[in-house]
Ligand binder design. Structure first.
Ligand SMILES: [Zn+2]
Length: 424
């Protein structure tokens, strides 16, 4: 059975996309951090679809979480053997974020509405487009009786929206043996409307807490105190300017290409206008390109703080509240080349590897040394009111995965038997 047959099954799957999206959205899979009951109902629905595809190797990895009914956050792993020992892994997260201001929606966020090629509803893009394209792929293989070149691994993870502790992190802790370093990993949870961006790297994250201690007094007699707010204000400007100047290195993979140092949160200080504040706390969100060492940034921040502290006669402490190293997959790794070939064949565009400043779930895989590409053809409406997903792009994303799955090592090469799909 050939790739062409699998593709034929996928291009005619529009009705199935609507069906699956409608059922998945109605599950309202909010995690307990978002006031919901978790992903169990949604995962049970997905498991039934996989069973109906004749997939026998389905395993559930339950992360204990007493906050939800049933007490667990389920993660599902379904596998289908291929000719080769290597596996193409696709990841979708089952949880969604709350709808936000419901009045900002044109229709009920939990009931899918169709308008032409677009489906609207909470979760349809993030991350049900991925889930649906993964299920379509399994169904097309079943329908055509195809044995793919690569093995297929479908992972449905919980808790992505609140940090992945009960999701991918748990799975990597309890089932890391599933994932081999020479397998191919695709996370279809970010992308562009033109399908031309493959995310391969993330900047490192360093969150600093800057606490200034002065001496509180009546605001009418400033000479009797030490104004921590005033010193803090100078520190904000000095840090932003000083760190930007000290770490000018650039990496063309990222936009912006340099590291960023952004003063963000500022804690409340005194209640009254007539109190000179004796304490001031603010935070700086640093995103570091892989060439910049977090320890060097911390050291430079403390050096700048010491200068400000001396000139204001205050004490300043700089602490790290969160840190995550930069993680990058090689731009020439097999998964990236295979994706580029498949995207060219299906969407008719040249996709280029990029890096981003934000952290995605892919970072967990990269920390385990697994080469992962983040890609999908999406409108980027996640977390917004009227979140939407294209029916035809969901089918095409599945075709991209089919292309890699059926061709294996050759997916990135020339000589495909497919003509690029053109938008009508
Ligand atoms: Zn997502």
């Amino acid at each position: 059975m050939s790739l062409t047959e699998v593709n034929m099954a996928l291009v005619s799957a529009a009705g199935r996309v609507v069906e699956l999206q409608t059922a998945l959205t109605a599950c309202k899979a909010l995690g307990p951090d978002n006031g919901g009951q978790g992903e169990a109902a949604k995962v049970a629905f997905i498991a039934r679809q996989l069973e109906a595809c004749g997939i026998r190797d389905i395993r559930q990895f339950d992360a204990p979480d007493p906050r939800v009914p049933g007490g667990v956050r389920p993660n599902l792993v379904a596998r289908l053997a291929g000719r080769s020992s290597r596996t193409l892994w696709l990841f979708g997260h089952t949880d969604v974020v709350p709808p936000g201001d419901v009045a900002a929606w044109s229709s009920d966020p939990w009931q899918v509405r169709q308008d032409g090629d677009w489906l609207y509803g909470r979760g349809v893009e993030d991350n049900q487009q991925a889930i649906v394209s993964m299920l379509l792929l399994a169904e097309a293989l079943r329908k055509t009786g195809s044995t793919p070149e690569l093995g297929l691994g479908l992972v449905f993870m919980a808790d992505e929206e609140s940090g992945s502790r009960y999701g991918l992190e748990f799975l990597l802790g309890s089932a890391s043996g599933l994932f081999a370093p020479d397998d191919l990993y695709i996370v279809p949870d970010a992308g562009s409307p033109r399908a031309d961006r493959i995310e391969v790297a993330e900047k490192g994250q360093l969150w600093l807490k800057c606490s200034t201690r002065g001496q509180q007094c009546h605001a009418s007699t400033p000479h009797k105190g030490r104004n921590a707010f005033l010193a803090g204000a100078e520190l904000v400007l000095a840090l932003e300017k000083g760190l930007t100047a000290a770490f000018p290195q650039e990496d063309a993979l990222f936009r912006p290409a340099h590291s960023t140092f952004v003063p963000s949160r500022h804690d409340a200080n005194v209640d009254s206008i007539n109190i000179l504040p004796g304490s001031d706390v603010f935070y700086v969100d640093c995103r570091l390109i892989p060439q910049v060492v977090a320890q060097d940034v911390l050291q430079e921040a403390r050096r700048i703080a010491a200068t400000v502290a001396a000139s204001h006669g205050v004490a300043i402490e700089i602490e790290v509240v969160q840190q995550q190293a930069a993680a990058a997959s090689r731009t020439d790794s097999p998964v990236v080349t295979a994706l580029q070939g498949a995207i060219g064949a299906v969407y008719g565009v040249e996709a280029r590897p990029v890096g981003i400043g934000g952290l995605t779930v892919a970072a967990h895989l990269r920390q385990h040394g697994l080469p992962v590409a983040v890609w999908a053809c999406i409108a980027n409406t996640c977390h917004q009111p009227d979140e939407r997903s294209s029916i035809s792009n969901t089918c095409r994303d599945a075709q991209v995965f089919a292309h890699i799955l059926m061709k294996g090592e050759d997916a990135g090469g020339a000589g495909t038997d497919m003509r690029p799909y053109r938008h009508a």
